[in-house]
Design a protein around this ligand. Sequence first.
Ligand SMILES: CC(C)(COP(=O)(O)OP(=O)(O)OC[C@H]1O[C@@H](n2cnc3c(N)ncnc32)[C@H](O)[C@@H]1OP(=O)(O)O)[C@@H](O)C(=O)NCCC(=O)NCCS
Length: 142
Amino acid sequence: MPVRPMRDDEIDAVKAMMLALWADFDGDYGDEQVLVWERAGGDLGGFVSYEVRAWAEGCDSRPVPYIEGWWVAPDLRGAGVGRALIAAVEAWARAKGFVELGSDVDLGNESSLKAHVALGFEPRIAVQYFRKRLGGQRAESD
Ligand SMILES: CC(C)(COP(=O)(O)OP(=O)(O)OC[C@H]1O[C@@H](n2cnc3c(N)ncnc32)[C@H](O)[C@@H]1OP(=O)(O)O)[C@@H](O)C(=O)NCCC(=O)NCCS
């Protein structure tokens, strides 16, 4: 079965995939559950991570399972691996009685936007985050 839960000895390989997805990944994926795609040779070719959030923008039910990370190796893209990973999360969520699955995508990530729609996700709220630099330096973290 190519899609399965990550094994403990695969944490470094999974973190490498997370770093490929999130350039600012700090190595901590908290309480996220991780499913991986195993290539024929045993190496990992993709992952999906998810957790149950207390609530999520765009979803009506709460708590609600939420896709936190989704990445497929470039040489495997477009072949159904991403679909299989999401389907596995859906199966888990349905079995737990959840009726929605949440996710988010950067507005500039055209391929992921299209893939989400192809997989049955409905676009809900589009948001642009802003910041205004206030100058100075932060004295200490709290
Ligand atoms: C997004 C991603 C995980 C999809 O994985 P994938 O294995 O290529 O997806 P699949 O081949 O299973 O495709 C799933 C569906 O999305 C569609 N799709 C995937 N990539 C697409 C693209 N670039 N343009 C249009 N549709 C696309 C497929 O056509 C398919 O629909 P179909 O079965 O009706 O044809 C992969 O492209 C990826 O890792 N991208 C870089 C990381 C990223 O952006 N992750 C998501 C962050 S929100």
